[in-house]
Design a protein around this ligand. Sequence first.
Ligand SMILES: Nc1nc2c(ncn2[C@@H]2O[C@H](COP(=O)(O)OP(=O)(O)O)[C@@H](O)[C@H]2O)c(=O)[nH]1
Ligand SMILES: [Mg+2]
Length: 175
Amino acid sequence: MNGEFAFVGRSNVGKSSLLNAILGKKVAYVSKNPGKTRSINYFLIDNKFYFVDLPGYGYARASKKDREEWRKVIDRYFEERNWNMRILFSLIDSRHELMESDEQLLEWTQMLGISPVILLTKVDKLSNSEKAKQYKYYENVLADYGIKKIIPCSSISKEGVDLIWNLINESMREV
Ligand SMILES: Nc1nc2c(ncn2[C@@H]2O[C@H](COP(=O)(O)OP(=O)(O)O)[C@@H](O)[C@H]2O)c(=O)[nH]1
Ligand SMILES: [Mg+2]
């Protein structure tokens, strides 16, 4: 299948919820127990491309072994699938500052020559002025990582969902 769109972020960032909002139905498991998924889930969309749900990172109670395991799984994904990846969506919680684990991921993708689209999640929890402030903050703090775009989004208000689909459709039109 030609083309895949991968989603990655800290565990509990709202990845499964956003995937469900993007797809408009419940396909991704929304967890009450963060930090548990270690496998990669592929969802075939419209018989045309895949959504790839990558395991979450940055779980506070993860052991060193868990972290190494995560790194191995993602490393292998990038190595084997980068050729087919149209967009890497990197999710970050809009309410917080950039965390070290996010920084590490972005340093890694930069090294691999991948330019992610940043999805700032849970913006329904912010006022308009807080949202503008966090957007500016992330624009500045991510300026050197070769980011394609920053999109504020929410699986509750559905903000950002149309923009995400536009990017996906655009990139599927390019050959
Ligand atoms: N307010 C708000 N809560 C969200 C949003 N997305 C996810 N959540 C909540 O955040 C928690 C983690 O969500 P989940 O989708 O399982 O995160 P994942 O671990 O990244 O897959 C759950 O309690 C969700 O209900 C959002 O857009 N807005
Ligand atoms: Mg999840």
